[in-house]
Write a protein that binds this ligand. Structure first.
Ligand code: F6R
Length: 255
């Protein structure tokens, strides 16, 4: 696992976007794994800028998102599909048929989840997976206790998450109780993983994931098992790490 510590959120976002853009330029048909949440918004804004100003071409890129609420229509303003459309897809030249967000309205959720993993494989696997991290170490909707080798499936949301989400819905009964989440095992199959984190509120989760033991109690600690995983964090999020890390990708010294 590599750790890169940047000064601030803008620098994290720029580096993550550069790494994704490099992949898109090298392999125009690449498969990107994408996350929602506030953390990757700066990265998406930078990718949009690169598309508009530097002609970064997404016309052949394929994407798979990490998660979605069960029961929400893609057009619902709280759905993750809508979030991705509003914050990335509608601003770039991606073909919407190449976009995959778990279907919260699937009739048979289990069959859908098995199909989602098979579909990722059919496209040759994910080249770069972008992740955020929860304050408790969750990745996607994999909360503490999720099996390290889990596959995409449905999960029940914690009471806290349901309570937090209530403000976004008209009535309590509209708040989703379940979500579909890419499994940790599915995430670990991506060829490259970028986990982004900023703010002090993520410092304990980052330290537990990087320095702690691999445990289902800290889902992101499973990323230690991955051969090409980079954490890009700002100084406050790096504040509880055991060691000092540089601000660039590690490179072999010149001979
Ligand atoms: C979203 C997701 C979540 C978030 C995490 C951090 O698709 O998978 O695991 O990455 O909850 O959220 P933010 O970025 O809002 O702090």
């Amino acid at each position: 696992m590599q750790v890169i510590v940047k000064k601030d959120y803008a620098q994290i976002s720029r580096l993550a976007a550069e790494m994704i853009a490099d992949e898109v330029r090298k392999n125009p048909r690449c498969v990107l794994g994408l996350a929602t949440g506030s953390t990757p918004l700066g990265t998406y804004a930078e990718l949009i800028r690169m598309h508009k100003k530097e002609k970064l071409d997404f016309s052949q890129v394929v994407t798979f998102n990490l998660d979605e609420y069960v029961g929400l229509d893609p057009k619902h303003n709280q759905s993750y599909w809508y979030f991705m459309y509003k914050n990335l897809f509608k601003h770039i030249n991606i073909r919407m048929e190449n976009v995959h967000v778990p279907n919260g309205k699937a009739e048979d959720v289990d069959a859908f989840c098995a199909w989602y993993d098979a579909e990722i494989e059919r496209f040759g696997g994910i080249d770069i997976q972008v992740l955020g991290i929860g304050g408790n170490g969750h990745i996607a909707f994999n909360e503490p206790g999720t099996a390290v080798f889990s596959r995409t499936g449905w999960v029940s949301l914690t009471k806290e998450t349901i309570r937090d989400n209530a403000r976004f819905f008209r009535k309590a009964s509209d708040v989703p109780r379940y979500a579909i989440s890419m499994g940790i095992g599915t995430i670990l199959e991506a060829r490259k993983i970028l986990l982004l984190a900023h703010k002090e509120s993520k410092a304990s989760a980052i330290a537990a994931s990087v320095d702690g033991p691999i445990t289902a109690n800290v889902p992101a600690s499973a990323l230690q098992l991955h051969a090409d995983c980079t954490f890009i964090v700002d100084k406050p999020a790096a504040g509880k790490l055991n060691r000092k890390y540089g601000s660039t990708l590690k490179k072999l010294p010149r001979a």
